[in-house]
Design a protein around this ligand. Structure first.
Ligand code: 2AM
Ligand code: CA
Ligand code: CA
Ligand code: CA
Length: 263
């Protein structure tokens, strides 16, 4: 398998999928709830995932696809080529804001991330990375992330941290909110990850993310020196949901050691 060819192929699928998503604004969305009332999915999430799967299965029949909407394969292992796809990350933004949503894609070979993409559809910004060859913001090479100290950092978090939660210590989060320069919440994990790898955020922390939210971002993170772990400071398992932090390197250690602790 020629990785450069696969990269070009993946990028062309992403761009075509995005064109279709944008053209859907001219039609009426069909919106449904999944696990609860505010866990939304639309016909466009489903059609976009099916668009990728149709092409990948035709052109690479031995590749497997792990996608949020469930039209791909169910995985017990990461053997061979696996495409981890979130057709629309930030569905609520897609529906309500018509912006701040992304196509998130990671291509893994035998469990190793070889290609990663986060495409902010409405901004037309594609972040991409290829294992060992660096990461790019559109066509511009992304530099290594710089160091940051907690007092001067802006951290991506969402409001779920201010209500009781059975998994995570809250005392540490309160102290963190009093210490950081600021917080932001964009409503798309992939976009928050894209902001960390391009230096717009210093870290992003989430209580629960799925493999397709983060698989592409993890390939990109590695190329720019951003650190990704779960909140117990362990490697991410891409066959299950995980707690999640991506951060600049020194800051990652400080956040895990002094602020964020699992119960
Ligand atoms: P989605 O839009 O693809 O569902 C919103 O804060 C972020 O969390 C989005 O990236 C969103 O992805 C993700 N998200 C939404 N519901 C989730 C759930 N039940 N489990 C894990 N992640 C979720
Ligand atoms: Ca979803
Ligand atoms: Ca998602
Ligand atoms: Ca999604």
């Amino acid at each position: 398998m020629n990785i450069h060819k696969l990269d070009k192929y993946a990028k062309s699928l992403i761009k075509e999928a995005a064109r279709r998503i944008k053209s859907s604004f001219a039609t009426e969305l069909i919106i449904e709830s999944k696990s609860e009332a505010n866990d939304l999915v639309t016909n466009i999430d489903k059609e976009t995932e099916q668009f990728f799967i149709r092409h990948i299965k035709q052109d690479f029949p031995d590749h497997r696809i792990f996608g949020e909407e469930g039209f791909g394969d169910s995985l017990q292992d990461l053997k061979g080529f696996v495409w981890m796809l979130d057709p629309i990350d930030g569905t609520m933004n897609f529906i309500h804001q018509k912006k701040n949503f992304a196509i998130s894609l990671g291509i893994y070979k035998d469990g190793v991330g070889i290609l990663g993409y986060i495409y902010n559809v409405m901004d037309d910004d594609l972040i991409s990375a290829s294992l060992g060859e660096g990461a790019f913001f559109n066509d511009i090479r992304i530099p290594e992330v710089k160091q940051a100290i907690v007092e001067q950092s802006i951290i991506g978090i969402n409001a779920s941290w201010v209500v009781p939660n059975k998994y995570i210590e809250h005392e540490g989060m309160g102290k963190l909110l009093q210490t950081v320069r600021g917080t932001r919440s964009y409503g798309s994990a992939a976009i928050e990850i894209s902001y960390v790898v391009t230096g717009k955020l210093d870290a992003y922390i989430s209580m629960r993310l799925s493999p397709w939210d983060i698989a592409g971002g993890m390939v990109i993170a590695k190329e720019v020196g951003a650190i990704v772990t779960n909140l117990s400071n362990e490697p991410i398992n891409l066959l299950q949901q995980n707690t999640f932090i991506i951060s600049k390197p020194g800051l990652h250690k400080e956040l895990i050691t002094n602020y964020i602790r699992l119960k």
